[in-house]
Design a protein around this ligand. Structure first.
Ligand code: SF4
Ligand code: SF4
Length: 233
């Protein structure tokens, strides 16, 4: 694995840790066994997929085996990353309409209502949080500030993996299990287009509404430090 990639994986973990610290200030209803948010629509970046595949080690084959069995045809397969959307918004363009199908089935990794890759789960799972149990309301309840927090973290995580790609969890984990694809990615030569993945790109600007800028400033400062550490070691 390229040295710089190790730095980026370390920075990714620290970015997850910062997000955990932000969430800790909320009284969340999320608990073990609560799985309404675990759907086949979850997405992740190539760097996150690499973290999972390499982090599972010898257990990976068995844990990830369900991904290859009858993938849900309704699963969300993004074509546009969040930083491309940010660039379009900045340019006054309308982003393409891409929506996840709410009828998509459960995440294929779920076992007995729990996540078998929980410590390694991607940001799209980590940002699923609610102050009221979704099974009583039918939807997640989070405040506007946490929506901004999640958007910024998603932008930073894509930026950290610029040159990589974003895709559905089932598709991308299966791809990164392939040694040829993994080596191509590690060499920085992955072409997202023939793989039906969304290209990751640097962020043109962080999408922070004016009313959240002051409160977000210390979080963004910590994220910028991790971005530098991920790029420079
Ligand atoms: S986001 Fe909702 S469904 Fe997911 S763990 Fe939290 S309360 Fe449960
Ligand atoms: S990877 Fe884990 S946390 Fe994420 S949706 Fe699947 S089971 Fe849930």
């Amino acid at each position: 694995m390229a040295f710089a990639l190790e730095h980026r994986l370390d920075a990714l973990q620290r970015i997850y840790d910062i997000h955990d610290q932000v969430l800790a200030s909320y009284g969340l209803a999320c608990r073990r066994g609560c799985d309404a948010c675990c759907t086949a629509n979850v997405t992740l970046t190539t760097l996150e997929a690499l973290k999972i595949v390499t982090g599972l080690g010898g257990d990976g084959e068995q844990i990830l085996a369900p991904l290859a069995r009858n993938p849900d045809p309704r699963r969300f397969r993004p074509r546009t990353g969040i930083n491309a959307i940010a660039a379009m918004v900045l340019n006054g363009e309308d982003p393409p309409e891409e929506g996840a199908d709410p009828e998509a089935g459960p995440c294929p990794l779920l076992r007995d209502h729990c996540c078998p890759i929980y410590p390694l789960r991607p940001f799209a799972c980590r940002c699923m949080a609610s102050t009221r149990a979704c099974d009583t309301t039918g939807y997640a309840t989070i405040d506007d500030f946490l929506v901004t927090v999640n958007t910024v973290f998603q932008q930073v995580i894509e930026d950290l993996d610029a040159g990589g790609a974003t895709g559905n969890l089932s598709d991308l984990l299966l791809l990164l299990c392939r040694l040829d694809i993994r080596e191509t990615y590690v060499r920085g030569q992955l072409d997202p287009t023939p793989l039906n993945l969304a290209p990751n790109r640097r962020m043109p600007a962080l999408m922070v509404p004016p009313e959240h800028r002051q409160r977000m400033a210390p979080v963004i400062e910590r994220l910028r430090k991790e971005m530098r550490a991920g790029r420079e070691g």
